[in-house]
Design a binder for this molecule. Structure first.
Ligand code: SAM
Length: 205
């Protein structure tokens, strides 16, 4: 099974880099490709952390990879699709395409750009917005692990506490780990805490 991320952000923020790094660790570098990077992208434009993990990337659009895809075998993971992804979709598709888009609250339909451009069959992962790494983790459970969506344990809008007095609500749905904590990319908790400290500092300046 191949996971494809159409990169739609400008450059690589720390947040996006942490998400992509976690996805490579989760699905394996040979099963992931980042597509639609700007034409002038070189190996040096890719964050060193992603290069070290062996990220495969291309300036081609997703439809052009591997010598040209058969569009009928490609599924777009789309929060606005009418049908939810099921384990049976394993037989129908070889490639799963995701928007390399940072979440926004309320949700802005940027996945719609991919929907209109390619016309792939769309599948939804429930009604709530997930981060790209959570969407890929969920797809992997359903497709590779043959687990039904309703059997995956999620937490919605978790509160991330970053010190004794302050916390922030993450406006997304996450899979939980064995301790019922949301699974975040490695380093994300520290980044959220750092960003929060910075914005508090901004207020104090
Ligand atoms: N506001 C964004 C939009 O344009 O829809 C949400 C983007 S989401 C952070 C990044 C990607 O994860 C989406 O493009 C989609 O591929 C996948 N995704 C997230 N939540 C999903 C859901 N509930 N169902 C299907 N795909 C989802």
């Amino acid at each position: 099974m191949k996971y494809v991320i159409e990169h739609m952000e400008e450059g690589f923020s720390e947040w996006v880099t942490l998400e992509y790094a976690q996805i490579i660790r989760d699905v394996g570098k040979e099963n992931l490709i980042l597509t639609s990077l700007p034409d002038d992208t070189t190996e040096e434009s890719i964050p060193s952390r992603l290069r070290q993990l062996g990220l495969q990337w291309t300036t081609e659009e997703c439809i052009q990879i591997d010598g040209g895809l058969d569009a009928t075998r490609v599924c777009l993971l789309d929060p606005a699709a009418e049908t939810d992804l099921t384990p049976e979709d394993h037989q129908k598709f070889d490639y799963f395409v995701f928007g390399g888009i940072l979440g926004s609250h309320p949700r802005v339909d940027r996945t719609g750009i991919l929907r209109k451009k390619y016309g792939f069959a769309g599948r939804r992962l429930g009604s709530l917005q997930m981060t790209t790494d959570t969407a890929i983790r969920t797809t992997k459970h359903i497709i590779d692990g043959q687990t039904k969506f309703e059997d995956i344990k999620f937490i919605d809008y978790p509160e991330i506490r970053y010190n004794k007095y302050e916390s922030t609500e993450m406006p997304f749905r996450y899979i939980v780990d064995g301790n019922n904590e949301p699974i975040l990319p490695e380093g994300m908790l520290e980044l959220i805490k750092h960003d929060a400290d910075q914005s508090i500092d901004d207020l104090l300046m």
